[in-house]
Ligand binder design. Structure first.
Ligand code: PEP
Ligand code: MN
Length: 335
């Protein structure tokens, strides 16, 4: 349920109404906008008499919210949420953020070389997997803690904040220095992991599961947010369909749908969505045109020798060209 208050209601009146509602066993989420205040009620609202609330003189409207996600719902938080790591690294403020880097961190030379290149091309975050979810147990599993150390070195060298994937809540203490923790597609419904991430105060890049609906995706964001961590970035990375030409099928309509249903920033991963380097540019442009807040793109200094996802990785030169067209489209759109 959401309660929209009339303009100019005093803080004391808001607190009185919130206390009354909380005495009925619900949690009240208060959003202060420039022209209105919205109280979002979370929990069992069956004990609340909608008519008597609507009749109060400070209340403008009361609406039931049908969707099961509340904190992630735009009705509870009409403004866009913005994730800010520093002045140069912001997601959701109307700019286009680019997170770029290799699928896996392989060694110091590799991650530092890629970091410097993508920074020069305009990327604002560095990605790199340290704990890798691989289909086969016989393939490279990532450098784990050492991979995170190397990302930290690359950050020292370039200033780029680092984004890396977590696979288990038992590894959380190794992510203290990480700027944005990624939850990969395979873990989108690892609810115990999501609950742990709800207890920390770090932005989470949540990837859509391989075969999950938009509502399931938002419910996973809700798991993190309901624990108290509201800094969630949604990532559309392609879904499983009958098509085999591409690695996955980019669900481009998920971008405007998520932006409509939720206030959370939305980024697109054209690398995992397509699995094909030449598709990264058109899919990136489509994502920007559809309203994405950012892109996450795999770049490797020597894709042919990459220990994971080399086939879909761009060279730094190819990335540079694509970054230029992304920024010029964004400029042309005037948004
Ligand atoms: C990745 O970002 O390297 C990755 C494993 O992505 P996804 O979880 O989307 O497959
Ligand atoms: Mn990858």
């Amino acid at each position: 349920m959401i309660i929209v208050l009339k303009q100019g209601v005093s803080q004391q009146k808001i607190e009185e109404l919130s206390a009354h509602l909380e005495s009925k066993g619900v949690k009240v989420n208060t959003w202060f906008g420039t022209s209105k205040t919205v109280l979002g009620l979370i929990g069992d609202t069956s004990g609340i008499d909608i008519e008597s609330i609507a009749a109060q003189d400070i209340v403008e409207t009361v609406k039931r919210v049908q969707e099961p996600y509340k904190k992630a719902n735009r009705k509870f938080h009409p403004d866009n949420s913005v994730i800010k790591i520093n002045e140069n690294a912001v997601i959701g403020d109307g700019s286009i953020a680019i997170i770029a880097g290799p699928c896996s961190v392989e060694n110091k030379e590799q991650i530092c070389a890629v970091a410097q290149k993508v920074k020069a091309s305009g990327a604002t975050f560095l990605r790199g997997g340290a704990f890798k979810p691989r289909t086969s147990p016989y393939t490279f599993q990532g450098l784990r803690a050492e991979g995170i150390e190397l990302l930290i070195e690359a950050r020292k060298m370039t200033g780029l904040p680092i984004v890396t994937e977590i696979m288990s809540p038992t590894h959380l203490d190794q992510f203290e220095e990480v700027d944005i923790i990624q939850v990969g597609a395979r873990n989108m419904q690892n609810f115990e992991l999501l609950k742990e991430l709800g207890r920390i105060k770090k932005p989470i890049l949540l990837k859509r599961g391989l075969a999950n609906t938009i509502e399931e995706f938002l419910m996973s964001a809700e798991y993190i947010m309901s624990g108290g961590n509201e800094q969630v970035i949604l990532c559309e990375r392609g879904i499983r369909t009958f098509e085999t030409y591409t690695r996955n099928t980019l669900d481009i309509s998920a971008v405007p749908i998520l932006k409509r249903l939720s206030h959370l920033p939305v980024v697109v991963d054209p690398s995992h969505a397509s699995g094909i380097p030449w598709l990264v540019e058109p899919l990136s442009l489509a994502a920007v045109a559809a309203g994405a807040d950012g892109l996450i793109i795999e770049v490797h200094n020597d894709p042919q020798k990459a220990l994971s996802d080399g086939a879909q990785s761009l060279t730094p030169d190819a990335f540079d060209k694509i970054a230029k067209s992304i920024f010029s489209l964004k400029k042309a759109l005037g948004s």
